[in-house]
Design a protein around this ligand. Structure first.
Ligand SMILES: Cc1cc2nc3c(=O)[nH]c(=O)nc-3n(C[C@H](O)[C@H](O)[C@H](O)COP(=O)(O)OP(=O)(O)OC[C@H]3O[C@@H](n4cnc5c(N)ncnc54)[C@H](O)[C@@H]3O)c2cc1C
Length: 352
């Protein structure tokens, strides 16, 4: 296993939930060693598909019978924003980023922090800084954040939570960021401007696959086989092209499930193991912010519909919502819950 993570591979989901707030240390979020797997530190910078060789930045070359590309995703840049050179933009992708955030925003009390992006990471970061006593300006392009994953019932509840707890500028985009003394001034598409002490970018992620010359991610089939024999891809670096659809997921459990699936396909292709069949997305994610929990499993298909799920929500909460996503044929493809507790997991058993 080749890995370029500074300090070694980590559970990235714990960066905002545990490392940034100081609940866990870097050592505690490190991924444990896997017996029988040797880890080589180094960064892949090029690949020769024909000879199944990967070239490293330091000049080394590694060859294998089967190669799985699982290089993940990187935070999206500040595309479309005119950022003055003097303004420092923060992000959260590595343990070093978490340390840098803690150092540069040490005393959040009374500070005003802009979080650009009202999706998963932006919302959790906003919640963290609000809990620390900061004033948070949360800017999101959509007035219905994460609607494509959460559906029409739950997305407005997330937006309401964001509006209640932050200075949420939803449906707006930042046009320019200029320095103003030690502060930064944001100019928004709605004509407003606001001064902040720090700016954190959380505008989604793009596949970390530019090194192999495919910046949009590695196209794989439903067994996670890549475009050339012996090449496979899994996790946020991959997208599954199947039946005219393009499926991408940037969630931890999906990456783990896809890694397993790719391994089983390799055993099938090379050693005659059982065909694992097509990969089916049944995993999901949990978003915890402002004392509420939003969880989902499976998928919401753009051409599908949604309906209230009838599973009992225990313990009952007046604001709880449980939604089922169904495809054109009436099959349940996903489920999402707002403060619906374990009902999401139980309802997920119905995913086809
Ligand atoms: C702050 C934050 C919070 C998140 N919270 C959640 C959450 O609560 N729930 C959830 O489901 N998901 C969450 N995610 C998303 C989740 O972390 C990713 O979906 C998941 O890590 C993807 O796994 P992966 O194995 O594809 O990529 P990664 O976990 O990013 O692993 C890729 C590995 O490849 C290495 N690498 C990259 N490029 C190269 C190269 N050229 N050569 C060699 N090695 C390379 C990297 O260093 C890294 O170790 C969060 C992400 C972030 C940034």
């Amino acid at each position: 296993m080749l890995d370029a993570e500074p300090g070694g591979a980590i559970n990235r989901t714990l960066l905002d939930k545990a490392l940034l707030p100081g609940l866990l240390t870097r050592e505690q979020i490190a991924l444990p060693a896997v017996e029988g797997v040797a880890v080589t530190s180094g960064e892949a910078t090029a690949a020769d598909l024909g000879t199944k060789t990967v070239e490293l930045r330091d000049g080394r070359r590694l060859s294998a019978d089967a190669v799985v590309i699982a290089t993940g995703a990187m935070p999206r840049h500040s595309d479309g924003i005119d950022v003055a050179a003097e303004v420092a933009l923060h992000r959260l992708h590595t343990a070093d980023d978490a340390d840098a955030l803690r150092e540069s925003i040490p005393q959040a009390d009374g500070r005003r922090i802009a979080v650009l992006g009202a999706g998963f990471i932006g919302t959790e970061l906003a919640s963290h800084y609000v809990a620390e006593g900061a004033e948070v300006v949360l800017v999101g392009r959509s007035s219905t954040p994460l609607v494509s994953a959460l559906g029409a019932e739950i997305s407005p509840r997330l937006a309401a939570l964001q509006r209640e707890r932050t200075d949420a500028r939803l449906g707006a985009a930042v046009r320019a960021i200029t320095p103003n003394g030690a502060r930064a001034q944001l100019s928004l598409s709605d004509g407003s401007s606001i001064e902040v002490d720090a700016v954190i970018l959380a505008q989604g992620a793009v596949p970390a696959t530019a090194w192999i010359g495919v910046p949009d991610g590695i196209r794989v089939d439903d067994r996670l086989r890549g475009p050339e024999g012996g090449w496979y891809a899994a996790g946020s670096a991959a997208y599954i092209a199947s039946g005219g659809e393009r499926l991408t997921t940037d969630h931890w459990d999906a990456a783990v499930a896809q890694g397993r699936h790719a391994a089983r396909t390799i055993l099938h292709d090379f050693l005659g193991g059982e065909d694992p069949g097509p990969y089916r997305p049944t995993t999901g994610f949990t978003l915890s912010a402002f004392g509420s929990t939003i969880a989902a499993r499976g998928l919401r298909r753009p051409d599908g519909s949604e309906r209230a799920a009838s599973w009992p929500i225990e313990p009952p909460r007046p604001d709880a919502v449980l939604t089922e996503f169904v495809d054109a044929g009436g099959e349940v493809t996903g489920v999402a819950g707002f403060n619906a507790g374990p009902a999401v997991v139980r309802a997920a058993a119905a995913i086809a």
